[in-house]
Design a protein around this ligand. Structure first.
Ligand code: MLT
Length: 308
């Protein structure tokens, strides 16, 4: 693409060394203070209000979602935006499983209870009496609704089936049959409403775009069971968090598990929230960094476009 002896890559977030090493030293200069970069590598930094230098030929996102990047405006300038779908999907799947188990067995509250026992007299008695509210339910034989059947959604569906759950799948954009790799046991749902009505646990795995903003809103929350569990590991905004809190307060929803804490939900006793940890494993960070570094290199050196 660019017939240059060396390239400058502005790195906006901490990106695993495993990826940066694939931009060969001597041929690439990486750092945060590069004035005229050829490319930008980013993880979660919000680039919408950033003045992106005219020298930039490509952007690489070490992650699947691109809602932190002004993709359309960049594409209109002829700048491709690369992302890494699937590279962190296993990490997200594992955290979704942890979230389901935490909700089903009330593990967060149970842990909090145990931590408070320090120094209590008669520890055995305090445990025996105090543990009563933490009796939970088993995931096996429950129905999990999976909305969004991309790489993460399909992995979650597969794992849930292996745990003995029934799975109801729906994707607003693709037919279920075209989904990436969906186990045959997944039942096809006709709509978002169908999933919300018929599943005890519902997990969201769609990107945040205009059509999916508040996909789960106040009206749709009314379709869920009063002991239902909603899980959002996609993006803040896919569920209307204010409506979720109202449903929890009115006891029309059992619990909300999400990877995007905000002030609306932070302190709610029926909320289990993580600090956007879905992709934060060593393995996922390395996979994403390698994949995006290869994409940028292939583009800058040869003009090839993969996953833009
Ligand atoms: C993703 O879009 O894949 C994640 O947001 C990646 C991340 O946690 O940075």
């Amino acid at each position: 693409m660019a017939d240059k002896a060396s390239f400058a890559v502005l790195v906006l977030n901490q990106i695993s060394k495993a990826g940066l090493e694939r931009l060969p030293a001597g041929r690439y200069l990486t750092g945060k203070d590069l004035a005229e970069p050829d490319a930008i590598l980013v993880r979660s930094a919000d680039m919408h209000s950033m003045a992106i230098p005219a020298s930039v030929l490509a952007i690489g996102r070490a992650g699947a979602g691109t809602n932190n990047i002004p993709v359309q405006a960049l594409n209109a300038r002829g700048v491709p935006v690369f992302n890494t779908p699937g590279a962190n999907a296993n990490a997200v799947k594992e955290l979704v499983l942890a979230g389901m188990l935490m909700a089903a067995r009330r593990l967060g509250a149970a842990q909090h209870f145990v931590a408070q026992l320090d120094g209590a007299d008669g520890l055995d008695k305090a445990i025996e009496e105090g543990k009563k509210p933490f009796a939970g339910f088993e995931l096996a034989n429950q129905t999990l609704g999976v909305i969004g059947l991309g790489k993460v959604g399909c992995l979650v569906a597969d794992a849930a089936i292996k745990l003995g759950m029934h799975v109801l799948g729906y994707d607003p954009d693709i037919t279920v049959d075209a989904a990436w790799s969906l186990p045959s046991q997944v039942q096809r749902a006709a709509s978002v409403e169908d999933v919300l009505r018929n599943a005890q646990l519902v997990t969201l795995h769609v990107p945040l775009v205009e059509a999916t903003r508040h996909l789960v809103n106040a009206d749709r929350l009314r379709l869920m069971r009063a002991d239902g569990v909603l899980l959002n590991f996609s993006r803040e905004g896919v569920a209307d968090d204010a409506a979720v809190v109202a449903a929890l307060d009115a006891r029309r929803l059992g619990a909300y598990v999400c990877d995007f804490p905000n002030r609306a939900i932070l302190r709610h006793p029926q909320v289990i929230a993580f600090p956007h940890l879905g992709a934060s494993t060593r393995e996922a960070e390395e996979n994403c960094a390698r994949m995006v570094a290869d994409q940028l290199r292939d583009f800058l050196e040869h003009g090839n476009i993969r996953n833009a």
